[in-house]
Design a protein around this ligand. Structure first.
Ligand SMILES: CC(C)(COP(=O)(O)OP(=O)(O)OC[C@H]1O[C@@H](n2cnc3c(N)ncnc32)[C@H](O)[C@@H]1OP(=O)(O)O)[C@@H](O)C(=O)NCCC(=O)NCCS
Length: 194
């Protein structure tokens, strides 16, 4: 059975955004996203390394990036670039927590170019990614996690129909603020009804 395909392609498309494979020309955007954008403050900022990349690190990153773009892709993608319909990259989606359990996964999303925040594009992209994963895998549940300092993400997740399944209270302290982690999930049958 063929599990991989080589060509970069559009994974799924909506009215205003497409989810597609990474292409080599995305490298400048991806490099810029290391150091700019609101997402740096919202997407687990404690995991970030803020040191500026040195020229040799940038060159290394660029060549690894180009190599990755040429690699075979799994039939069902675990990550994708969010691009406008004019093919401008604006962010990323990913899937995790799926390797050891084919019946469940979590989704991540980040609009990394600030000019495209709050325009409905994140909602459309997350909806497309959710539909794609339910349609192409056998998962029974899809989860999304976010933090209490991100009311916009919470709104988008709830608008799409995810159920609030629980809160890990006072899980982390970050820049003087005590944070809860919020867990959301959607079951296959709930998605089918939506
Ligand atoms: C979270 C994210 C994907 C949402 O995408 P987006 O395109 O910016 O959001 P949309 O325009 O689709 O929708 C935003 C919704 O939140 C609402 N909203 C915006 N700011 C808000 C705030 N401060 N509090 C509550 N709701 C807010 C908007 O009114 C809208 O809801 P509505 O459609 O019911 O009116 C995007 O903002 C993002 O990637 N941010 C940076 C990284 C990040 O937060 N990552 C964590 C994702 S779990």
């Amino acid at each position: 059975m063929r599990d991989f395909q080589t060509k970069s392609q559009v994974v799924t498309a909506g009215k205003r955004v497409i989810l597609r494979d990474t292409i080599s020309s995305d490298v400048e955007s991806c490099l810029r996203w290391f150091s700019t954008g609101e997402h740096l403050l919202l997407d687990a900022p404690w995991e970030r390394n803020y040191t500026t990349l040195q020229p040799e690190q940038i060159e290394k990153y660029k060549s690894a990036f180009a190599e990755r773009c040429e690699q075979d892709k799994p039939d069902v993608r675990g990550n994708a670039i969010i691009a406008t319909t004019a093919n401008l990259p604006i962010g990323t989606v990913n899937r995790y927590g799926h390797k050891d359990n084919p019946y469940s996964c979590n989704l991540g999303i980040s609009i990394q170019d600030d000019a495209y925040l709050n325009k409905g594009l994140g909602t459309e992209a997350l909806q497309l990614w959710l539909n794609y994963q339910f349609s192409n895998t056998q998962v029974l549940r899809i989860g999304v996690e976010t933090w209490s300092f991100n009311p916009r993400a919470i709104r988008v997740i709830e608008n799409i129909g995810f159920k609030h399944e629980g809160t890990l209270r006072n899980l982390r302290k970050w820049e003087g603020q005590i944070l809860d982690k919020l867990l959301f999930g959607l079951l296959r049958e709930e998605w089918e009804q939506l």
